[in-house]
Design a protein around this ligand. Sequence first.
Ligand code: ADP
Length: 244
Amino acid sequence: AGMSSDYLEIRNLTVSFDGFKANTDVNMTLLQGDLRFLIGPNGAGKTTLIDAITGLVPATGSVTKSGVELLGKKVHQIARLGVGRTFQTASVFEQLTVLQNLDIAAGAGRSALTLLRRRKAVLPKIQEALEITGLGDLTDKPAGVLAHGQKQWLEIGMLLVQDASVLLLDEPVAGMSSDEREETGNLLRRIGGERTVVVVEHDMDFMRAFATSVTVLAGGKVLSEGTVEEVQADPKVQEVYLGT
Ligand code: ADP
């Protein structure tokens, strides 16, 4: 511990709903550059884990980002500390353009700045988000007319302009075509580098193609963790996936 380069440190995270434990003593260490896939059967506690990290449900234990405790903080405080998440259904402002969506996301919590100062601070971020998401040619399109995949990418772009350095994505490729999945994987690689990405996913082909590491949850607990190869070779994992 101490001065480590650990980016997100989850210790003994436990979430109870009326006595039912959706997560029990979950330990995970996420580093910068990780593209971590979080897999496991339905009801394993994957979404609950993301909800707990982002302050949507109360939890015990500890979640620190670069040493700062997140548990007990409010959703917007955690977001401002650079932990962003998407939901299974993309939540973009359908009537507003792609650019307006990014602009609003970038301005969240920064209303005290003058318009001019804000522009200077925000424009390069929007530019970067457009490059990473590949939405540069669609800036003036209302978000509502975007394809399903493009909406997901816009939502990820909105996290980027908010300076999220930890991105928690809940089934980002659900409902996507195989081309869109491929594009999304490449997008996640572009995001990587100095950031940390956690992807809750059911698509095993997608995981094999893009994961740098995998955590398997089952019954609210960490069942297995390692590289794709290590996790796939783990008899405990095979049992869970063949046994259901
Ligand atoms: P996963 O994302 O792996 O499918 P979830 O995190 O959604 O699993 O759910 C884990 C377990 O917690 C499930 O049994 C689910 O029914 C339960 N659960 C999730 N949210 C709540 C809630 N708000 N109240 C009660 N039980 C919940």
